[in-house]
Design a protein around this ligand. Structure first.
Ligand code: SF4
Length: 776
């Protein structure tokens, strides 16, 4: 792990002069730790310290540049073993080779393949982009081929191999500023080739017959000042190859072993004569951990699969692939064809598109920009509701393409049908199937009915579908020593109470409010969702009816600033209320922060950044410093700010949970005096309902190790509330001992303690999560 923000801050002058472009040294330190600022931006840091920080902050697998200009490629730059830990940075370059021994036709065939083989997927062009040129004759033909390839394939990165340094030098000169990779410096020619690499600035491949040899040569190269290296472990068999690659990556990342901190080149054809098996090896090498993969040939049927796999593995798991907003004609639609709409999450688009194609029903598919979120997530985030779909329909141009006014919406959005019809006068909204697999049958039937001019109102809003929408939103909104208990249960997406909120039935809500107070709630979270349509009415109504029957403070929970302000304005005790929540986004921050300052209420500072969820502890700390700093500028003191690090489900992996715990351990140093809050139930989102309490309870005890101040949680989970109120210190102590790595004699644990032990192991990632974790 690189340096934390705090460690970097200790090395800064702490004058807060702002010359680095940040308001404080603290903010700058956090940005450097998160990789979002360069230490060189501070002119007052000692050069030796700068070098130390730059070295410590650099990725353990060095980034090596190939090519140049618009065709610059990066290799390496990796900092994790697994994609889900953060992301893989630079996709491996895939290509084949040309040997000087090959016949002219074969050389031309291979060059032509590079021109021909390209595919468009999700707006990305997939193609081979590296070529290994191998001199096997030492007669100058390599230079000639290099020249030809550079002129015909200017985008293709090159690896040049020759036993003659003179020929290599000439071939490198032919490339000019476009830097090829020199292959390969072994024990025999290390001195000559390392000299060539220094002189030409072309990166160098280190080759060897064992990892020991590679390590020795790489160390020698580092001592000579060479930093642009690629490793070829020269493994003898497939198994050894994978072992070598894992050892290289693991020692680089975990042990920061510098001689192995470089990208790796591999040649799958060395291990098999079967192209199919070669492609399989290449497929595994994309995941573990090759940065250049040279195949024996380029066969489209294998290459397309490898390139798609590479695209999927090397996309940022936190940034979904998107397709462009617009109108997509499928199966040749005309003015009488169906119109359907979905989100711009690429996976959704391709599945829906495939099913419509399969149905053969001519259709206009409308893609609405939802920032790459899927249908329900986008709806919950306020990006795919009636208020955003209607303006899109009006402006996208579909009205000019069709005679009718019928729009099919995804089945999961059944709940917005009425609202959308109000927003789109003259349009009839048809609720389509919930799953894309239902599209062919649905579209065919619907087309038949249209033809027969039957009434189209056969699609009713199904209660079950409404429930699914609610359930999904509920999952998103649910939340988490002596910990202040904020009841999560009054929630518009809740099965039990959602209908009452929507229909403005006060009695069930008041009953739940009273029960929550009796069960120990210290705040009531009133989650009214985005409240787009009824912001001015719903929020004040719910605040009034709840405060009629209980006098505990409320936490008004909505992404809609208008609803928030309207609700808190009618509160009997606004200064005791909690605004849930404010983010760094100006539309929420600039509207709610002045109101919070004026009212004197507390605010939840939600760490959801400009590009979504922070990836690790450093990014969270950086965002916390920014957001708390901005709230301070509005005169909201730290003790009124409740920082929410955004707890993520264990089903997404334990890495994020570890990052949240790391973040909480440093929070008081970076923003002293702030409170903390989590949506506790988030951790068990997506898990079978009967198992969720086990995860929620143990997660709470783990968070208590870092003095969690408050949790939005299920007030009806009696055991959970007992833990929060400090009634089970022995369990809490056991959890903390396990977290500290103490050897626990599991034979001596009671069944309850064993359950806790197993759950801690799952939440720390020591055991892989599955829903049978308590049984194994
Ligand atoms: Fe601090 Fe250096 Fe930035 Fe000045 S330039 S605020 S001393 S980090």
């Amino acid at each position: 792990m690189g340096l934390t923000g705090i460690q970097i801050l200790k090395k800064l002058p702490k004058t807060n002069c702002k010359e680095c472009g940040f308001s404080t040294c603290m903010a700058f330190a956090m940005k450097v730790a998160a990789g979002q600022a360069d230490i060189n931006a501070c002119p007052y840091v000692d050069p030796a310290v700068k070098e130390e920080i730059a070295e410590a902050s650099a990725p353990p697998v060095k980034k090596v540049e190939l090519g140049g200009g618009e065709y610059t490629y990066f290799l390496g730059g990796e900092s994790v073993l697994f994609r889900h830990d953060k992301r893989f940075e630079n996709p491996p370059l895939i290509g084949t080779f040309i040997s000087t021994k090959m016949q002219e036709e074969e050389i031309l065939r291979r060059i032509e393949l590079y021109k021909k083989l390209k595919w468009e997927r999700v707006g990305i062009t997939l193609k081979p982009e590296i070529l290994f040129l191998q001199d096997e004759e030492n007669g100058g033909k390599l230079v000639e081929i290099t020249r030809k390839v550079r002129s015909e394939l200017p985008w293709v990165a090159l690896v040049l191999a020759s036993s003659e340094t003179k020929i290599l030098r000439e071939a490198i000169e032919v490339c000019g500023d476009f830097k090829p990779l020199i292959y390969g410096a072994g024990s025999q020619n290390f001195e000559e080739l390392s000299k060539l690499s220094i002189e030409t600035q072309a990166p160098l491949t280190i080759i060897g017959e064992s990892l020991d040899e590679i390590s020795e040569l790489s160390e020698k190269a580092l001592k000579k000042g060479l930093r642009k290296l690629v490793l070829d472990p020269g493994s003898q068999g497939v198994r050894e190859l994978f072992e070598d690659l894992i050892i290289i990556r693991k020692t680089a990342v975990k042990n920061r072993f510098k001689p192995f901190g470089f990208p790796v080149i591999t040649f799958p054809y060395r291990y098999t004569s079967s192209y199919l098996f070669e492609a399989l090896i290449a497929s595994a090498l994309i995941c573990k951990y090759s940065s250049i993969i040279i195949l024996s040939d380029l066969k489209p049927e294998a290459l397309i699969n490898l390139l798609v796999e590479r695209m999927n593995i090397y996309t940022d798991p936190q940034k979904p692939l998107v397709v462009e907003e617009g109108i997509y004609p499928i199966n040749g639609p005309d003015e009488n064809s169906l119109v359907a709409i979905t989100c711009n999450f690429a996976l959704t688009y391709f599945i829906v598109n495939g099913e419509i194609e399969a149905s053969r029903v001519p259709t206009w598919l409308l893609i609405k920009d939802t920032d790459g979120l899927s249908v329900l997530t986008a709806w919950a985030a306020g990006k795919f509701g009636a208020d955003t779909i209607a303006p899109f329909i009006k402006k996208c141009g579909i009205e000019e393409k069709i005679k009718h006014r019928k729009l099919i919406i995804p089945g999961y959005l059944a709940g917005i049908k009425g609202e959308l019809e109000e927003e789109l006068p003259g349009w009839e909204i048809i609720v389509g199937p919930r799953e894309a697999s239902g599209i062919p049958a649905f579209f065919k039937n619907f087309t038949e009915e249209l033809k027969k001019e039957k009434k189209t109102e056969r699609i009713e809003v199904v209660e079950e579908e409404k429930q699914a929408v609610k359930k999904e939103k509920e999952k998103k909104e649910e939340g988490n020593h002596k910990v202040v208990c904020i009841a999560e249960n009054i929630n518009i997406m809740s099965k039990r109470i959602g209908k009452a909120i929507k229909e403005r039935q006060a009695q069930p809500i008041q009953k739940m409010a009273k029960e929550s107070a009796e069960l120990g709630a210290e705040y009531l979270d009133l989650n009214i969702g985005p409240a787009k349509k009824d912001a001015q009415e719903l929020a004040p109504w719910i605040v009034r009816i709840v405060e009629e029957v209980v006098d505990i403070p409320i936490s008004l929970d909505t992404t809609n600033p208008d609803a928030m302000i309207a609700g808190l304005k009618v509160s009997k005790q606004p200064s005791k209320a909690l605004i849930n929540s404010i983010t760094i986004h100006p539309e929420r921050l600039n509207r709610l922060a002045p109101f919070a300052a004026e009212t004197g209420c507390d605010v939840v500072a939600l760490l959801w950044g400009e590009s979504g969820l922070p990836r690790d502890a450093n990014e969270r700390a950086s965002l916390a410093v920014d957001l708390v700093g901005k709230l301070n500028e509005y005169d909201i003191p730290n003790e009124k700010i409740w920082v929410d690090p955004v707890l993520t489900p264990v089903t997404l992996g334990a890495q994020q949970i570890r990052e949240i715990l790391n973040f909480l351990s440093m929070l008081q140093e970076v923003t002293p005096g702030v409170k903390t809050i989590v949506g506790l139930s988030n951790v068990s989102n997506g898990v079978a309902p009967h198992l969720r309490p086990y995860l929620n309870r143990v997660m709470l005890m783990m968070l208590m190790k870092y003095n969690l101040y408050s949790a939005i949680l299920d007030i009806y989970d009696k055991e959970l509330i007992e833990i929060a109120k400090g009634k089970h210190p022995q369990w809490v102590s056991l959890v903390h001992r396990i977290m500290e790595g103490e050897e626990i004699d599991t034979q001596k644990l009671s069944p309850k303690e064993t359950e806790i032990y197993k759950t801690v192991k799952v939440l720390t990632g020591e055991t892989i999560f599955s829903e049978s974790w308590l049984e194994v």
